[in-house]
Ligand binder design. Structure first.
Ligand code: MN
Length: 741
């Protein structure tokens, strides 16, 4: 933790003023009235926060100033947003009320501050899952998107200053950022902010990986730069000859994206070949953008051979989030593929700052500049209004829509529709109209009959065939991927379920009457618990479907007294097993779960998705059915668990216990050679106390690969074995596996 030395109050005042002036410089408007209003907001915020300090010890006001500066400088927002950012924590944390804000700054500022306050109220509560909060946050999109943009600026500044927080808080905040905020920034087209959020999250989640990659990037910088300047030399010369005004830069990949590639492709840093891209930014008039970009493409490919599979034209058809650029991958003389991005200054600003910049070019004037949102936001609003049942489902659907690339397809009339990659004919039908989706029988794709599950490709022309008799089916959820289609299908299915449940309800009412029990809320609750249906709807539905047999409900398994029923001999189940109760029980016990501590009478098991062994960085996750599960910090599920259920996460660490053994699996790869298997097995058995549980080999055209499961004491023990195996002649790669072979 960083501690700040106390400094002189006068100097502190000066520092605050300097920060404020920096903000004014960053804000593009030189309008007198705008500056006066910002000054007013600044004064109000300084006064309101005057006795507060941040965890780092610095005056609290640094934070809102920094957030306002990010909003102006890095997102390109206007005066209203700067004012709101300055005031964003006042209603939440100080004596200032919303009414005060309203009378000082008017209704628009007040409504944005209201939105921000509501979000933060929800966000600080530790009782409800993050996913639900996130949905609520997105709901405010329907009020004013500036709420979200300022919240992103707020989160970015908190991430930049995360080092002063406690370690377990750092982990939770970083996970949540990676899980929710970075994808959101991405979808809003804020690429720079998205990359920074990802990099900062990684820095706290995987400090050693982050450190290693940053160091290696730094080390290779000189070599890279030499390569880049040699590569762009002829292009530069030619562009100069043709009197272009342009800029050429080598853009390094972010630490996070390198890490991600290493992990998903399972390659070391040295094998990530596209560590950077070349970006050519042209200064040309708007009308000439497209043709000029293609001219430059032609110049680049005069010198270097392009890979025809890697041409991306997002100028003719911009991405859904507004991104425009022309990408090509060409072969350099040294035999390396290099990505070249060609765009104009306007496109570049949109790519960096996202929607805010988009509006700036679309319309003039503050009002329309920030409120004119098209396409995506309209879609988000629509799906929010149909309100998904389950928040986690919603986030998963939503995230899927965030990450996927897009396909462009046409209606029979030639209208262009943008859908996420992987979208099916059914998604297309729902995109046309809910009625078309619900009555959809099949589709003609490029005039050929195709099933509803048919995946669409860019350029397809799709005609939907409907029937009045058709209605949404459960199956459809298997291949509908857009949030809109899924929500509509789910709500239609639910409607149908409700109708069926209505019958069940009547059956139950008759049954209760015959038992001389009342049909009331208390009695229904008893039955919901007895049959573990979770809801009355589900109870009625199962009764109607015959899954719950009412004939078996009689006075031997329930007691009826004065019209009220109660369960018989199910005392055990009443023993505090709701999730909240389990959490309080565990959280009450100790700050850190000590695994292997005999005295800590908590039941935990090691998660099968990542198979931790003693010495791994781990955390505990509270489950309803199985007590505490121990996961590795690097578990593929860790981010989702922490991001969604931070309140169920326990800090955990190992206490030494030399006698216990853990199973770990290792994979290896190398050049096939006589006796290699023998060498490997003898290395393993020569290691002290290591038992092999299983081993498998495969050989393919001279390359062999294998897996082995062993019993080890801890990570040291395992690491030693891995090093020994790497030293075997012919072995190229040895790796610990997440899941057992
Ligand atoms: Mn804040």
């Amino acid at each position: 933790m960083k501690e700040r030395q106390p400094i002189h109050p006068e100097r502190e005042k000066q520092e605050i003023l300097n920060a404020y002036r920096g903000l004014l410089r960053a804000h593009s408007s030189r309008d007198k009235e705008a500056t006066r209003r910002i000054r007013k907001a600044f004064n109000v915020a300084v006064e309101a926060h005057k006795d507060m300090r941040r965890k780092s010890g610095e005056p609290y006001i640094y934070h809102p100033i920094a957030v306002a500066r990010i909003a102006a400088e890095e997102i390109g927002l206007g005066t209203t947003s700067v004012i709101c950012a300055l005031l964003h924590d006042t209603v939440e944390d100080t004596d200032i009320t919303l009414e005060n804000i309203h009378s000082m700054f008017g209704p628009k500022v007040a409504s944005i501050i209201d939105g921000l306050t509501k979000i933060s109220g929800i966000f600080d509560a530790t009782v409800s899952p993050q996913a639900e909060n996130f949905r609520k946050m997105l709901l405010t999109l329907s009020d004013d998107v500036r709420v979200i943009l300022i919240k992103l600026a707020d989160r970015l500044h908190n991430m930049r200053t995360l080092s002063s927080m406690q370690q377990n808080k750092q982990l939770k905040i970083a996970s949540e950022t990676l899980y929710l905020y970075a994808p959101l920034a991405h979808r809003l087209g804020l690429y720079t902010i998205k990359s920074e959020l990802e990099d900062l999250s990684l820095k706290y989640k995987e400090p050693s990986a982050w450190e290693e990659i940053s160091q290696k990037l730094k080390k290779g910088k000189a070599v890279r730069q030499r390569f880049i300047s040699r590569f762009i030399l002829p292009i530069k010369r030619q562009l100069n000859n043709l009197n272009y005004i342009f800029e050429v830069k080598g853009r390094p990949k972010s630490v996070y994206s390198i890490w991600n590639k290493m992990r998903t492709k399972n390659v070391p840093f040295e094998e990530v070949y596209d560590l950077f891209a070349i970006r050519i930014t042209l200064n040309v008039p708007v009308g000439a953008e497209k043709s000029e970009c293609w001219k430059v493409y032609s110049i680049v490919t005069d010198y270097y051979k392009p890979n025809p599979d890697r041409l991306r034209d997002w100028i003719s058809t911009p991405k859904g989030n507004g991104y425009e650029s022309l990408h090509t991958t060409v072969m350099s003389p040294s035999g390396k593929w290099v990505e070249v991005q060609i765009r104009t200054r306007r496109m570049d600003e949109i790519a960096e700052k996202g929607y805010a910049a988009h509006w700036k070019y679309k319309t003039k004037g503050e009002k329309s500049q920030e409120s004119g949102l098209d396409g995506w936001l309209a879609r988000i609003r629509e799906l929010l209004e149909t309100s998904a049942e389950n928040a986690i489902d919603f986030i998963d659907d939503f995230k899927m829509n965030l990450f996927t690339d897009e396909v462009y397809v046409f209606t029979p009339e030639g209208d262009l529709k943008t859908l996420p990659k992987g979208a099916t004919a059914l998604d297309f039908a729902f995109d046309i109209h809910t009625q078309v989706g619900q009555k959809c029988l099949g589709a003609k794709v490029n005039h050929r009959l195709m099933p509803l599950s048919h995946k669409l490709r860019s350029g397809d022309q799709v005609e939907i065939i409907t029937s009045e008799k058709q209605s949404p089916k459960n199956d459809w959820l298997k291949f509908a991927i857009t949030t809109k289609a899924r929500n509509k299908i789910k709500s239609a299915l639910k409607e149908e379920k409700k109708n069926i449940a209505a019958e069940g309800k009547e059956m139950l009412a008759r049954k209760l009457k015959s038992l001389k029990a009342n049909f009331n809320g208390e009695n229904i609750d008893v039955l919901i618990r007895k049959y573990k249906t979770g809801s009355a709807l589900e109870l009625y539905f199962r009764i109607a479907k015959g899954n719950i047999d009412l004939k078996k409900l009689h006075k031997t398994n329930i007691a009826v007294k004065n019209g009220m029923i109660s369960p018989v001999s199910e005392k055990k189940q009443q023993k505090n097993n709701s999730l909240e109760q389990i959490i309080t029980r565990y959280n009450g016990t100790k700050d850190v779960l000590l695994i292997g501590d005999e005295y800590q009478k908590l039941d935990y098991t090691l998660a099968l998705c990542c198979n931790p062994i003693s010495g791994d960085d781990v955390f505990g996750f509270i489950t309803v059915a199985d007590g505490i599960k121990i996961h590795r910090a690097t578990c593929p599920n860790a981010t989702a668990l922490m991001g969604n259920y931070a309140y169920r996460v326990l800090q955990a660490k190992w206490v030494s216990q030399s006698l216990k053994e853990f199973e770990a699996s290792i994979s290896f790869e190398g050049i096939d050679d006589l006796g290699l298997v023998n060498n490997i097995t003898s290395v393993i058995s020569a290691q002290q106390n290591i038992n092999m549980k299983a081993i498998s080999f495969e050989s393919n055209d001279g390359i062999f690969s294998g897996k082995v499961r062993v019993l080890v004491h801890d990570t040291d023990h395992l690491d030693t074995l891995i090093v020994e195996l790497k030293n075997v002649d012919g072995v190229h790669q040895v790796e610990r596996l997440t899941e057992h072979l």
